[in-house]
Design a protein around this ligand. Sequence first.
Ligand code: ARG
Length: 471
Amino acid sequence: MSNPKTNQSWGGRFTESTDAFVATFTASVDFDRRMYRQDIDGSIAHARMLTRSGVLSDTDCVAIVDGLAAIRREIEHGEFTWSIALEDVHMNIEARLIERIGDAGKRLHTGRSRNDQVATDVRLYLRDAIDTILTEMRRLLGGLAEQALREAATIMPGFTHLQVAQPVTFGHHLLAWFEMVKRDHERLTDCRQRVNVMPLGAAALAGTSYPLDRHYTAQLLGFTAPCANSLDAVSDRDFAIEFTAAAAILMTHLSRMAEELILWSSAQFDFVDLPDRFCTGSSIMPQKKNPDVPELVRGKVGRVNGHLMALLTLMKSQPLAYNKDNQEDKEPLFDTVDTVLGCLRAFADMIPALRPKRDNMRQSAQRGFATATDLADYLVRRGVPFRDAHEIVGKAVRLGVETGRDLAEMALEELRQFSPLIEDDVFEILALEGSVAARAVLGGTAPSQVREAASLAQTWVNQHIHVNQPS
Ligand code: ARG
C-alpha cells in the first residue's frame, strides 16, 4: 500500500509529504505537457515491444494501448485534469492510465525509467518540430527563388560599408538570402540525424534486466537506431544544443534580412513597400507605417541566442548520468521552436508580397557612382594598369562630386581629360544595365546568371519538398 500523503509513483520510501512549495518548484507539467503526444506514442511502442518480448500479456497490451488512446482524446478535448502533484507529463498520463485500467497500467513502466522516457519524448518532439520548421523554411526559400526570378533584371545599388559600391540586381540580393537559409536547411537536416536516435531501454542509467528489443521499439517510433550507451542516452542533450545553435544562426540570418527590409522601407531608402498587413501605425503620428514584423524578428534573435547560452550552461560540468538539471532543457528548447516557427512563418508570408520600387532602387544606384569600377575595368582593357586606372577614375569621381553629377552624365570631352583612351563606347559600360550584364561570371549579378541561379534554386526547393516529412 502506498502512503497516501506522498507521491504514489515514488512515495514508498518517504515518511513525510513533499513541501507544497517544493512540489510546485520541482514540477514540470506546466511546460512538458506539450509533449503529451510523444509521451503516449513512446509508451505505446514500449508496451508493444514488451508484449512481443513476452514481458507483458496481450490482454494488458490491448488495455494499455486503448487506455492511452483514450487519454490522448481526453487531452485533445480539454477533458484531462493536469496535476502539479503528479510532477510531469509522464506521471500525469501514467496515473490516469492506472485510474482507467488498473494493474495493466501499473505494468507499463516495466524496464523503463522517466530518465529514458523524457529523453525519448524530447527527441520525438524535436524531430517533429524540425520537420515543421524545414517545411516552413522551404516555403520561404520558394518565395525567395520566385521573387528572385521576377526581379532578375531589377537594378539596385549593392553596398559595402552601407555605401553604394556597385550596381547589383535585386534578384541577386534575394538569392544571397536564399543561400543563407538554404545552409540553415542543411544544418537542421543534419542535426535531425543526431536527434533521431532512441534513448528508451537505457532505463534509469544502466540499462535493464528485462529482455527488451530496443531495435524493435526504435523501428516502431521511426528512430534510426537505439542510443549505444545507456549512461549517455539518459544524459545527452547535445541534440538540443545543436538544434538551438542551428536556430541561432538561422535567426541571425533572419535578423539580417529584417534589418535590410527595415532600412529599405524607410523614407531615406524607399526601396520597398511592405504590405500594410505586415505593418502597424502609430497612435500619435498619423503618417507612420512601422515595419513591425521585421523589427520583431530582428529583436527575437536575442531570445534564441539566450536559449543557446542557457542550454550550453545547463550541460556544462554535469556529471553522468541523469540530473534533475536536465528538466531545464525544455523551456529554452520549446521557446526556440516557437520563435523560429513564428519568424519563418512571418517571412514566408511576407517575402512573396514584397514589392520593390524599381525606379527608386535604380536612381539610388545611379547617384552613388556605382559604375566607377566599370570605368576602371574599361581602362584596364585598354592597357592601363589597374592601380593607375583606379587613380584616374578617382579623379573623375571627384569632379562628379564637385559638380553633382554621375560619371554617365558627363560629356565625353570631360571624361577624356582624365584619359585619352576613353571613347564614346564608354557610355555603354557606365550605364547600370551594362555594368550588371558584364558581371556574368558564375555566381555574379548579371540578369542572365541570376535567372539561371533562380531556376536552380526553384529546382532545389521542389526536390526537397518531400524529404523529412513527418514519419
Ligand atoms: N520531469 C523530468 C525531466 O524533465 C522527468 C525525469 C525525471 N526523472 C527523475 N529521476 N526525477 O527531466
